[in-house]
Design a protein around this ligand. Structure first.
Ligand code: F6P
Length: 536
């Protein structure tokens, strides 16, 4: 393995000033050769400086890390989350007809049973058979944070054209502004509150859930009857007063950031209906089948991961931008931030040793074309290249506005082309000369108009954003993160790094209330004092 890393780095060094456009000039078939499909998704990674030699070394890296064996271990229910002693089986949630054994027991029957109960409940809510005290449910409020919020929130926004159920709202932040703004205008008598928390202990979620219950208690006689819970801790949901018929449980082998496929997806199921939710699962399952069966060199999640490794670990680009040219994928970058950064933002390998290389990159992004008028300046002309991952659907959902979609698509393709090509000093000088500039002023103005180009990007082209294709995309990214984690030797399925801040928050709260709370640093003590004084 170490040898392959070294060879990859040498290969990159030997490329010197090689430009992506040189690779296209040298190989007329490059656009096709460096493009990979899974069903009808197309992933074009030709606008990178990855040449045939780099590709082969990257594939060797994946082979050397035993990606195929680890992949099988995950799908077959081995306890690959070694620091928590857990299997990793979110794939089982979208494999309803299958069977997977953990500790000698098939876990699928229980998954199917919960899925059927969710669908039954969703049908009752959507048809009005399940009612609030004031009538059929008009609004659903999902209270959860992290994986218990980002997945369903992202998917509900993405699938707006399929949304024919009650209005759906999401509350995550412990900042009272979040729940206050959300509940304002809602009728407690026709609102269903879903408390989504794997552990049912997360302070933000439990605080918001209690506030929502108090809000409802001001109007309805039995608030708990309008609550549902999604959790692995069914004993705690009972203690909160939620009837078992509206509690949807899942096992510890579903990680929070991988949980949208099961009960945590209930708000999505209520919004789009059980049939479309199943299409979302089918999309995920289709990507699972591709990931499990396609050879590494034709495997979309593997190649997406290898392109990521090339740009971050080999080229040293510190961040990665996800740029969906689809306004409804507004929350996809935030979703991927948790998926990628909570999974692979680690500093020790599975065996506890220090990582020999940098771990996961910073992931960020915004839908195009909005980003173009905000941060693309830096992407085009800043000093540090930002590998960009464009996502584009061939068709929108607004046939009357097809000209908007063409413009959107033209911008997406134009951006990746501009990033690659750039504009040379000679071209910039010609532009300035055409404007009548001369001498030093021509030179000075031209330099500002130079685009270095050779900035890498990939494009994921999908037919249309539907429940099925969204399922494919989410599963694609999940498996990409998995492959990157395997190659880095990381456990992508724990998140110990979130614990310390949580623990300290419990100790800082008394300090803010003026209690004698020793053990804090001088800066924190002073800030707490100023906070108390300002608060009055
Ligand atoms: O704090 C991190 C985290 O544990 C995430 O991994 C998880 O998605 C989120 O908190 C919410 O956890 P829970 O679903 O248990 O409330």
């Amino acid at each position: 393995m170490t040898d392959i890393w070294t060879r990859l780095k040498s290969h990159r060094q030997a490329q010197g000033e090689l430009r992506i456009t040189d690779l296209f000039d040298a190989d007329p078939a490059r656009a096709e050769a460096f493009s990979t499909s899974a069903d009808d998704l197309v992933f074009d990674w030709s606008k990178t400086v990855i040449d045939a030699g780099a590709r082969d070394l990257l594939l060797d890296l994946a082979r050397g890390a035993e990606v195929e064996a680890r992949r099988e271990a995950m799908f077959s229910g081995a306890r690959i989350n070694e620091t928590e002693g857990r299997a990793v089986l979110h794939t089982a949630l979208r494999n309803l007809a299958g069977s997977v054994t953990v500790d000698g027991q098939d876990v699928l029957p229980a998954v199917r049973e919960t899925h059927a109960r969710m669908a039954d409940f969703a049908r009752q809510v959507r048809s009005g058979a399940y009612r609030g005290q004031g009538g059929p449910i008009t609004d659903v409020v999902n209270i959860g944070i992290g994986g218990s919020d980002l997945g369903p929130y992202m998917a509900v926004l993405a699938l707006a054209p399929f949304h024919d159920g009650p209005r759906t709202h999401f509350v995550s932040n412990v900042d009272g502004a979040d729940i206050a703004d959300t509940l304002k205008g809602l009728d407690p008598a026709t609102t269903l509150v879903i408390v989504a928390s794997k552990t049912f202990t997360t302070i933000e979620t439990m605080t918001n859930a209690t506030t929502a219950r108090n809000w409802m208690a001001g109007t309805v006689t039995d608030p708990a009857a309008q609550f549902a819970a999604l959790s692995s801790a069914v004993d705690r949901t009972a203690a909160f007063g939620i009837d078992g018929s509206r509690v949807f449980g899942f096992e510890d082998w579903v990680g929070g950031r991988y949980s949208v496929w099961g009960p945590i997806g209930l708000s999505l199921m209520l919004a789009i209906g059980p049939e479309d939710f199943d299409a979302f699962l089918a999309g995920g399952a289709a990507m699972d089948a591709h990931f499990r069966n396609a050879p590494l060199a034709e495997n979309l999640p593997v190649l997406l991961a290898l392109v990521g490794i090339w740009h971050h670990q080999i080229c040293g680009y510190p961040t990665r931008a996800v740029l969906p040219y689809d306004n409804r994928l507004l929350r996809l970058p935030a979703y991927l931030q948790q998926l990628e950064m909570e999974s692979n933002g680690k500093r020790v390998a599975m065996d506890g040793s220090d990582l020999a290389m940098v771990s996961g990159p910073v992931v960020w992004g915004e839908p195009g074309t909005n980003g173009q008028h905000a941060f693309y300046q830096l992407i085009h002309q800043g000093t540090t290249p930002v590998p960009c991952e464009f996502i584009l659907a061939a068709r929108g959902h607004e046939p009357d506005l097809a000209h908007h979609h063409l413009l959107l698509a033209a911008n997406c393709l134009a951006q990746s082309e501009a990033l690659m090509r750039g504009r040379s000093l000679d071209e910039a000088r010609a532009l300035m000369a055409a404007k009548g500039l001369l001498g030093d002023e021509l030179d000075r103005q031209a330099r500002h108009r130079v685009f270095p180009g050779n900035r890498p990007s990939t494009t994921l082209l999908i037919p249309q954003l539907t429940p099925f294709t969204l399922g494919q995309i989410v599963a694609l990214y999940e498996h990409r993160v998995f492959v990157e984690g395997v190659i880095l030797g990381i456990n992508s399925f724990d998140q110990w790094g979130v614990e310390l801040g949580k623990e300290l928050a419990l100790k800082v709260e008394p300090l803010l209330q003026g209690a004698d709370a020793p053990g804090h640093d001088p800066s924190t003590e002073r800030l707490a004092g100023l906070f108390r004084a300002m608060r009055g």
